[in-house]
Design a protein around this ligand. Structure first.
Ligand SMILES: *Cc1c(COP(=O)(O)O)cnc(C)c1O
Length: 371
């Protein structure tokens, strides 16, 4: 080897670099939840990504094991068995279902199917961090509408933000990272006004944890409204975050468009098998969800007794609207071995995890002092 064959990167002046889309420079990087880490002698808990703290059920593990034996083959591209099983579980026609590699991917399929460059996507803020990223990647423009003082969606303001460039509205219920759900009556009133050619996505990633009797029932609003899409995931209550499978319930023309914008063979064969086994284990998984809901209620009661004023949570996390104190709270949590998620100067989101982790959160919050 002669040193005349030097790597081009040694001559940066002569190499302007490849051309990438300008929008990438404006986009924040997606920040994954930090892995668990703790001071010596302290058990660390990862409460930063709204994951289910329970590992897979034995029946789900055995389905994963069986499916692993045939990974030399491509998965069923049409995701037939899982689609049929979901259609039965949800009581919707199979042609109304579209799957993807997590509901984040299904959301991207929706935005890619609906938006041309310069079209607008309206959503609340703060809400799910993926919303602006998915929107901008599609070449569309995010239109972000602030939450109210109880950290709830302001559907009137979201309606006012709709223009003739609006193609999609995202309604996150319960809202990640703040916790409250949208109510059925307010969503219906909103949908009655929204132009029927605008897609309204009801993102129900946490629906299994909802206990508010007035909460949105996505499938009910979907049933007779052709522009509504319900987004669900196996990542949270079903505990399959690592396998990446989510789905949309949409009317047939929209569902067909979502299949066109999907990554071919995206939902892998192990994920398909595990999702089916999880639907078959619904009762056992429901028990775990009940335990997490009871833990959430225990944590919220304890924090309220300490004097904290938190927004309602109908999900598997609680939101501390700490403003400028957010970094100090994050540090207090990390010193106690709790990995939590800070959102700038807005607040800190903490996932409901193992009972010991939740109790430790209550201790840390008590020492920190209620706000
Ligand atoms: C976690 C989450 C999702 C789902 O993510 P997956 O891609 O299915 O793992 C979707 N929407 C919201 C609001 C979420 O918090």
């Amino acid at each position: 080897m002669s040193d005349t064959a030097a790597h081009p990167s040694q001559h940066p002046d002569e190499n302007p670099g490849v051309r990438l889309r300008e929008v990438l420079a404006q986009m924040p990087d997606y920040k994954p939840g930090k892995p668990a880490a703790a001071p010596a002698g302290v058990t660390a808990y990862k409460l930063s990504s709204n994951e289910n703290p329970y590992g897979p059920l034995p029946s789900v593990l055995s389905a994963i094991d069986d499916a692993a034996a045939s990974v030399n083959r491509y998965p069923d591209m049409a995701v037939t068995a899982l689609t049929q099983r979901l259609a039965k579980a949800l009581d919707v026609p199979a042609e109304c279902l579209a799957t993807g590699t997590g509901s984040v991917a299904v959301l991207a399929q929706i935005v890619n199917a609906a938006c041309d460059a310069g079209d607008e996507v309206v959503f609340a803020w703060r809400s799910f961090e993926a919303y602006p990223i998915v929107t901008q990647l599609a070449g569309a423009k995010p239109v972000m509408v602030g939450l109210d003082e109880r950290a709830r969606h302001r559907l009137d303001a979201m309606f006012a933000a709709i223009t003739d460039r609006t193609r999609v509205v995202l309604v996150c219920t319960p809202n990640n990272p703040t916790g409250p759900c949208v109510h059925q009556a307010e969503l219906e009133a909103f949908l009655d006004k929204v132009p029927s050619d605008v897609i309204v996505v009801v993102d129900e990633a946490y629906v299994e944890f909802v206990r508010d009797p007035e909460a949105v029932r996505g499938l009910d609003v979907w049933r007779d409204r052709p522009n509504v899409v319900v987004l669900r995931t196996f990542s949270k209550a079903y505990g399959l975050a690592g396998l990446r499978v989510g789905y949309a319930v949409a009317h047939p023309p929209v569902a067909a468009a979502l299949r066109k914008t999907a990554t071919p063979f995206g939902v892998n064969s192990i994920a398909q098998a595990a999702a089916i086994a999880s639907l078959d284990a619904f009762d056992e998984l429901t028990e775990r969800v009940e335990t997490l809901v009871a833990e959430r209620d225990r944590v919220v009661r304890a924090l309220t007794d300490q004097g904290w004023k938190l927004p309602q949570s109908d999900a598997n996390f609680v939101w501390f609207p700490l403003g400028a104190d957010s970094t100090a709270f994050l540090q207090a949590c990390e010193e106690a071995g709790l990995m939590v998620r800070q959102y700038g100067d807005d607040g800190v989101r903490v996932t409901i995890g193992e009972p010991e982790a939740n109790s430790r959160l209550v201790e840390v919050a008590g020492r920190f002092g209620a706000r």
